[in-house]
Design a protein around this ligand. Sequence first.
Ligand code: 5GP
Length: 193
Amino acid sequence: MKLLEEKVLAEGKAINENILKVDGFINHQVDPELMKAIGEDFARHFKDAGITKVATIESSGIAPALTTAAALRIPLLILKKSPSKVLNDNMYQTVVTSYTKGNSYELTLAKHLISDEDHVLIIDDFLANGEAATGAVRLIRKAHATIAGIGILIEKSFQPGRSKLEEQGLNVYSQVRIGRLDAGVIELLAADE
Ligand code: 5GP
């Protein structure tokens, strides 16, 4: 997606060969016009996929997931992170271990908000090792709902997330794909269309 590619090149900050900071327009300060365009782009790409709900993991996916849900005119599910493993019969739960952040958390979704009739689009800001997206897929499948696809704003294509998801037969659409990062260097690959 050209607009997001331009923004990443102009305002993204490559800290080292692994981490890109985007806190000026995605996950600390948010650019609402950009989010609207991002949501419209996901809606265009997935318009014929029969999606009933959009889902994202709190918190940095919420802004683009909301504009996507608004463009598709369907509800947004926010998968909640909880630090402790408190078993709750009313919730679907799964543990996600983040190598990127070096922690684990319980991902939760209230059972009454999802059913086996749902066909869900998962949206997240970054795809790195794919743990967050894989956890979201696992959680949604506990409800016997199906996954329409995974929409990603920024994929770091030199990390294994995309192939991990595609190996499970999941359809991944990334608006920006990064081939290489280094301190002050961002190299893009051709994005998905
Ligand atoms: P994964 O589970 O695919 O390894 O990582 C996904 C999550 O880690 C994303 O939701 C995002 O919050 C965070 N993340 C991964 N890589 C980066 C990065 O380069 N920059 C930022 N700001 N967040 C990242």
